[in-house]
Write a protein of this length. Structure first.
Length: 82
């Protein structure tokens, strides 16, 4: 894994953690309407950013698995014990 890939993965993980934190905060209530809207807006920004990162990764995988000019999606199974 390249250094750039590692940084993107770390950034994605941080964004997902922040998104999870925002969801928890909003689910437990106690926020004003303005605070809720700010959390929602930040959450939408994080979701879109994560989606773009994942789409970029998917496109890269498609390019790497190109066969005879046709793109073929291959499943990628990860063994959690490894």
């Amino acid at each position: 894994m390249t250094e750039k890939s590692k940084k993107k993965l770390i950034q994605l993980e941080k964004k997902l953690e922040e998104l999870s934190s925002l969801i928890d905060k909003m689910e437990h209530g106690g926020l004003s309407l303005e605070e809720s809207l700010e959390c929602f807006e930040r959450g939408i920004h994080l979701v879109r950013s994560c989606q773009k990162t994942l789409l970029d990764a998917e496109q890269k995988i498609q390019l790497l698995t190109e066969k005879k000019g046709d793109f073929e999606l291959s499943s990628f199974d990860v063994d959690p014990d490894e």
